[in-house]
Design a protein around this ligand. Structure first.
Ligand code: ATP
Ligand code: MG
Ligand code: MG
Length: 417
């Protein structure tokens, strides 16, 4: 019986590639017959087509569960209660556990869960439904300024985040307008601003039998809350401490994932703090190379699925995050997570407008670069801020990878801005 995937975006597309190699039949549920994942995967006989329907629809999830052995997700914004029900009804197993998906869906509950288990997160507090100036003043007293105000649910690519720099009525108004207009609606919470020196991420995978492996930590660089560039392994410019940070990041990520039920791959996003304290807030623009090996790590958030900060694993690791997710949920032994090249970078191709031209320009630059692999996701429409593809560049050293990405970055003027 096939594996059912809720969601047919780029993550589903990249799951479909190793699934084809491994002979795993897939049924992909998403609205629209031509989503990125469906384009690269034929449904197995006797099904004539992948199911068309919302991955949030109870009816469509139940129908898929009847046709599949195992269900998994490529997006966490699904109906987790229905997933729990289909499992309870014995229709199929769901990985990771529906309870884990439900917990992670609400960033505020996710943070409380981690904090309650002694895992470091940025200080945070709930925002009432219609916050008054007194409420904001209390938040300022508790968390300091600036604040990162976030939607509790339905967030992705920074949509659902709004930095609040002061308690000026205009600033508050702007934050509320941004967030109330976002998909998550009016359930908000606030985090203390984390004056990190770098952001790092670790992919952790656990199979049905409980075997756990993690990939080496990567450095992730965001602009306007969207991941733009990822370097693997952590860069060693200046020399010291990175293997120490890598070790601590892997430990923290594995400890966090150990608190969550179910099999599969998890993306753990972390902040590397300058000195482990939050008392000198500043905007995180300086992605310097010199790093304090002593900086403490705190978790930003966890994704219960393949993650953008693991895309380099396709070309750069012995087993990709996508193959390891399939192995994990299908009761197979996990593959090696080791890098098979000394150095790699991943550059996201993000729409700057409705025109695909800037994306094509970046791809054309990449085709001239040795060690570069272009991934285009086959999305029908380009939009500002939309992930249209990515490029992975591998090389024999960090210096070589940085030199190689130069021409591609120069073809992406919005990144320089
Ligand atoms: P994703 O696409 O990873 O799911 P998201 O929409 O869920 O993103 P977050 O991961 O919460 O958003 O935040 C996106 C980025 O915003 C972070 O990677 C970081 O750069 C910045 N950010 C988030 N929280 C804070 C904070 N408390 N202090 C400073 N910067 C933050
Ligand atoms: Mg997120
Ligand atoms: Mg994130």
């Amino acid at each position: 019986m096939p594996l059912g995937i809720l969601g047919g975006g780029q993550l589903g597309r990249m799951l479909a590639h190793p699934a084809a190699l491994m002979g795993i039949p897939l049924l992909i549920l998403d609205s629209g017959p031509n989503t990125p994942a469906k384009q690269v995967s034929l449904p197995p006989a006797p099904h004539t087509q992948h199911p068309d329907g919302a991955f949030t629809s109870a009816q469509h999830i139940r129908e898929l569960a009847q046709k599949a052995d195992v269900l998994t997700v490529e997006i966490e914004h699904v109906d987790a209660d229905v997933l729990a029900q289909v499992e309870a009804d014995g229709l199929c197993t769901v990985q990771p556990a529906p309870g884990t998906i439900k917990l992670i869906q609400d960033k505020y509950l996710q943070k409380r869960h981690l904090q309650d288990r002694g895992i470091a997160v940025a200080p945070f507090a709930a925002v009432p439904e219609q916050p008054t100036m007194d409420h904001w003043k209390t938040l300022e007293r508790e968390l300091g300024m600036p604040l990162m105000v976030k939607s509790r649910t339905m967030a992705y690519d920074g949509k659902g985040n709004s930095p609040l720099k002061s308690l000026d009525a205009g600033d508050i108004q702007q934050t509320m307008t941004t967030l109330l207009g976002s998909a998550g609606g009016n359930k908000l919470y606030a985090e203390a601003w984390a004056p990190f020196v770098k952001e790092v991420a670790v992919m952790v995978v656990r199979n049905v039998a409980g075997q756990v492996k993690s990939y080496d930590a990567v450095e992730t660089i965001h602009k306007d809350s969207i991941l733009r560039v990822c370097f693997a392994p952590l860069r060693v410019a200046g020399g010291h401490g990175m293997s120490e940070v890598n070790k601590r990041a892997k430990e923290l990520a594995e400890r966090a994932v150990a608190t969550l039920d179910g099999a599969g791959i998890f993306g753990v996003e972390m902040f590397l703090m300058p000195d482990g304290t939050l008392d000198s807030p500043r905007l995180p623009n300086s992605h310097t190379d010199t790093l304090p090996a002593t900086g403490s790590l705190m978790i930003n958030e966890i994704a219960p699925r393949p993650h953008n900060s693991g895309h380099h694993t396709i070309e750069a690791c012995e087993t990709s995050q996508f193959e390891n997710h399939l192995r994990a949920i299908l009761s197979l032994p996990l593959g090696s997570t080791s890098l098979r090249v000394p150095s790699a970078a991943m550059l996201n191709l993000i729409g700057t407008s409705e025109s695909m031209q800037p994306i094509e320009d970046a791809c054309n630059a990449a085709y001239g670069v040795p060690g570069a692999t272009v991934h285009l996701y086959g999305k029908a429409e380009c939009r500002k801020g939309r992930k249209m593809g990515h490029v992975t560049v591998t090389g024999s050293s960090d210096a070589q990878v940085r030199e190689r990405i130069g021409p591609i970055l120069r073809a992406m003027p919005d990144l320089a801005a």
